[in-house]
Design a protein around this ligand. Structure first.
Ligand code: 13P
Length: 249
């Protein structure tokens, strides 16, 4: 059985002192969960988060990275740099990065391979916009993101890739996909991965749902057959609220 991974994406929020206080409150609240708990913090908070999470069941992730190991890429951070300070996860191709920073399925694929090459666990985001959904193109869009973003991996790499299905219209809007819709789309995603890599590998891929997950809807979403946890934005900023999401199942 696939385990559930509940990851918080803090986006561009929290200073180091706020990071430290978050962990002081959060650590005891989630210590008994069987789920994998991840906090994806801004670069400037990562080191504080890693120190605060030492000897706990909480793993730390970054929200982005470059695909090259080093070089003249002003302002960028490499997979090796993240790995060296103890980061374990990295979000790749979040819709906000696709929308505001011109990330494409091609760059997502390069980053995904680069993450695997250093042993970072990638969380690859896919999802359609409201316009795409309303015009009936959701399946086509998500399928293309999966086909191009997840191509040319080894069996071992695909099996340890995490996918987050985040419909853009549900991010930060308070509108959540219904549990049936989210489950259905996640099934398509798994089918596409099966077409690419076979059933045995596809069955191992953890696929999360993201988009306005909160303590009041986490349980019903996470109990669905194909939803293997969540990628949580706004609600992950508050220790009490996020712990209720982690402990929902
Ligand atoms: P919200 O939970 O704030 O809707 O954000 C979802 C998200 O983008 C997580 O990556």
């Amino acid at each position: 059985m696939r385990k559930k991974i509940i990851a918080g994406n803090w986006k561009m929020n929290k200073l180091p002192n706020e990071t430290i206080s978050f962990f002081e409150e959060f650590v005891p609240l989630v210590k008994d969960t069987k789920n994998e708990v991840v906090i994806c913090a801004p670069y400037t908070d990562l080191f504080y988060a890693i120190l605060s999470a030492q000897n706990t069941n909480i793993k730390i992730g970054a929200q982005n990275m470059h695909w090259e190991e080093n070089g003249a890429y002003t302002g960028e951070v490499s997979p090796q740099m993240l790995k060296a300070i103890g980061v374990e996860y990295v979000i790749i191709g979040h819709s906000e990065r696709r929308q505001y920073f011109a990330e494409t399925d091609e760059t997502v694929n390069k980053k995904l391979k680069a993450a695997h090459n250093v042993g970072l666990k990638p969380i690859v985001c896919v999802g359609e916009s409201l316009e795409q959904r309303e015009s009936g193109n959701a399946k086509e869009i998500v399928t293309k993101q999966v086909k191009m973003g997840l191509k040319d991996l080894t069996n071992e790499q695909i099996a340890s890739t995490i996918v987050a299905y985040e419909p853009i219209w549900a991010i930060g809007t308070g509108k959540t996909a219904t549990k049936e819709d989210a489950n259905e789309t996640i099934k398509w995603i798994r089918e596409e991965i099966e077409n690419m890599y076979g059933k045995e590998n596809a069955d191992k891929v953890i696929i999360q749902y993201g988009g306005s997950v909160k303590s009041s809807n986490a349980k019903e979403l996470f109990e669905m057959s194909d939803i293997d946890g969540g990628l949580v934005g706004g609600a992950s900023l508050k220790p009490d609220e996020f712990s209720k999401i982690v402990n929902a199942v």
